[in-house]
Design a protein around this ligand. Structure first.
Ligand SMILES: CC(=O)SCCNC(=O)CCNC(=O)[C@H](O)C(C)(C)COP(=O)(O)OP(=O)(O)OC[C@H]1O[C@@H](n2cnc3c(N)ncnc32)[C@H](O)[C@@H]1OP(=O)(O)O
Ligand SMILES: O=C([O-])CC(=O)C(=O)O
Length: 377
């Protein structure tokens, strides 16, 4: 009997979803049938998060209630703040986030409930609290007191405020909001799949989300945005970019922030982010990061475009965050800050018709062996 192994589960459909559609050859991404460019232009992170949870566009009253609910849930337990302050200095913020979210569950009396209503209520709280947790980690790691959330700012604006202690300008808050919108959901990516795999055992929402944070952290997934910035720092100046990339490709090494399992053309989110990065660069004077990225994009697309290697969402996001004064170690936590909505909505959708996820491996090991006593080996 011949078996086909779908290495990396490439192209395997394991469920249906009404949330996100991707056409990787044409570079199309829609949520609820609406193109990502329209979400970025017209919507907010709050609205897209609720739309993903509801599976439809909310009306004005539903959105206002959700917004008020998020604001009411911005505080995190004081005990958790103390735990965050006690984390060793120098840990990666993704390690800290993973631990803090697990800890958060200990304070939630509903944590062990797995009904759709409970998962939804927990998700609404987590979407709000992720911002406070990530900002508190940043402050604590810098040896500073966490900044209390403000209720008069948007989710994006309040996050930037808590992160830096400074109120962002309206333009900065909106730019960051768009970045959150662009990262909120993306079909069955590795971290969403991981969240679903955990929940498919009927485990709780906190366990599913902690699993997802672990999956997002790796440099082949969400961690690539930080790895791109490491690469830019290593390159140093724009004149060195083309030869650095050419040498890397000659050595058959991967360039971070390019290539994608599904997109074999430009990731549409990378186009929106590039436009914003270009806009900021034009206003503030071209940052050397932006100039290096432009050269890398051209070098990679010229050489590997025919193989379907193009910039992904992680390519330009870091330069946008860096323009907002955010340190590179926080780029992946910011991805989580946005993707919490997609993780939660996808788990809830899957759990409506749950089936334990349990794929298989073709056995290629030894057969007909017998146990050998330790002293005889
Ligand atoms: C939010 C996100 O998760 S977006 C993705 C973020 N990750 C990155 O940016 C890391 C860099 N990119 C990669 O490692 C890959 O493109 C992945 C893991 C994202 C997807 O890879 P896969 O679907 O497994 O493609 P695979 O690794 O099989 O690559 C196919 C071919 O393209 C090449 N390729 C893929 N990505 C890259 C890259 N970043 N740089 C150079 N070559 C690449 C591979 O070497 C391979 O070449 P070959 O056919 O000559 O062996
Ligand atoms: O879909 C993927 O495999 C990775 C990705 O771009 C995302 O999670 O945003």
């Amino acid at each position: 009997m011949t078996t086909t192994i779908a290495k990396g589960l490439e192209g395997v459909l394991f469920t249906e979803s009404k949330l996100t559609f991707i056409n990787g050859t044409e570079g199309i991404l829609t949520h609820l049938g609406i193109p990502i460019q329209e979400w970025a232009e017209n919507s907010t992170f709050e609205e897209l998060s609720l739309a993903l949870l509801l599976g439809r566009l909310p009306n004005a009253q539903e959105l206002a209630e959700f917004d008020a609910d998020l604001k009411a849930n911005r505080e995190i337990p004081g005990e958790l703040v103390e735990v965050i302050k006690a984390f060793p200095r120098g840990v990666h913020p993704m390690q800290a986030l993973r631990t803090a979210v697990s800890h958060l569950g200990l304070f939630d009396p509903q944590a062990e409930e797995t009904s759709e209503a409970a998962r939804t209520a927990i998700s609404r709280r987590m979407i709000a609290q992720f911002a406070t947790i990530i900002a508190a980690i940043n402050r604590a790691q810098e040896g500073q007191e966490p900044v209390a959330p403000r209720l008069d700012l948007t989710h994006a604006g309040n996050f930037l405020y808590m992160l830096t202690g400074q109120e962002p300008t309206a333009e900065q808050a909106r730019l960051f909001d768009i970045a959150l919108v662009l990262h909120a959901d993306h079909g069955m990516n590795a971290s969403t799949f991981t969240a679903i795999a955990t929940a498919s055992t009927l485990s709780d929402q906190y366990s599913a989300i902690v699993s997802a944070i672990g999956a997002l952290k790796g440099p082949l997934h969400g961690g690539a945005n930080e790895a791109v910035m490491d690469m830019l720092d290593e390159i140093g100046t724009p004149d060195k970019a083309a030869s650095y990339i050419t040498d890397k490709l000659d050595r058959k090494e991967k360039v971070m922030g390019v290539g994608h399992r599904v997109y074999k053309y430009f990731d549409p989110r990378s186009r929106v982010l590039r436009d914003y990065a270009a806009h900021v660069a034009e206003k503030q004077g071209k940052s050397h990061y932006y100039q290096i990225l432009e050269t890398i994009e051209k070098t990679v697309v010229d050489r590997l475009g025919s193989k379907g290697i193009y910039p992904n969402v992680d390519f330009y996001s870091g330069t946008v965050y860096s323009d907002l004064g955010i340190q590179k170690a926080y780029f992946t936590p910011i991805f989580a800050l946005a993707r919490i909505s997609g993780w939660c909505a996808s788990v809830i959708e899957y759990e409506r018709d749950n089936r334990l996820l349990r794929p298989d491996a073709e056995y290629t090991g030894a057969t007909n062996q017998h146990y050998v006593q330790l002293q005889d080996r």
